[in-house]
Design a protein around this ligand. Structure first.
Ligand SMILES: [Zn+2]
Length: 192
């Protein structure tokens, strides 16, 4: 590869971790390239690094089981994001989140590269209607259909007019539970 080609390629790829002049030689025997990319020695030795050239860190990334299940482009993109100090955008993250394994690996990787857990955005505020309905049912979000149904059964039994004859408070609660249940049921059915 000509120096010009290499330069072009490196621009396209993720930024080196240290300058080539300061880099130790690539850890791969026989390789004469500077080891400008660092990689933890193993899952157990995440504070100890080995240094590799671009080609060899790629090869390593492809092999390393820490990243198992991730595509090598994803690993590179992630390392790039970590090294440059940018969290991956949430849209990219949410795409990865479709696969919870990817997400878990990302978090793990972020944690050891940065020494702290990634900060998750706060759960978006629930609509008032949802909050009210959950409060009536004494439930929290997220909930499952099973939880909703069993909570409903308990509350209906507790506040049923037949067992609370003439009790206005129970009568009111009974109505509220019915409304809340209907609403929460619709919400969860929309999600499924
Ligand atoms: Zn190398």
């Amino acid at each position: 590869m000509s120096p010009k080609e290499r330069k072009k390629r490196e621009r396209k790829d993720f930024a080196p971790h240290i300058a080539a002049e300061k880099a130790p030689p690539c850890n791969v025997e026989g390789c004469t390239q500077p080891g400008v990319y660092k990689a933890p020695k193993s899952r157990e030795q995440i504070d100890e690094y080995e240094w590799f050239c671009l080609d060899h860190i790629r090869e390593r990334n492809q092999k390393w089981d820490f990243f198992s299940g991730m595509k090598s482009e994803e690993i590179e993109a992630f390392i790039h994001d970590s090294v440059t100090g940018h969290r991956p955008t949430w849209s990219r993250e949410s795409r990865l989140r479709e696969n919870s394994l990817h997400s878990a690996l990302q978090d793990k990787l972020y944690e050891f590269l940065h020494g702290s857990k990634p900060v998750k955005p706060a759960t978006p505020r629930l609509p008032a209607k949802m909050r009210n309905a959950l409060a009536v049912m004494d439930m929290t979000h997220p909930y499952t259909l099973k939880q909703l149904k069993s909570t409903y059964r308990v509350l209906v039994k507790k506040h049923h007019p037949d067992t609370n004859k003439g009790n206005k408070e129970s009568e009111e609660k009974f109505k509220q539970v019915a409304v809340a249940y209907k609403y929460l049921l619709e919400q969860i059915k929309d999600e499924e």
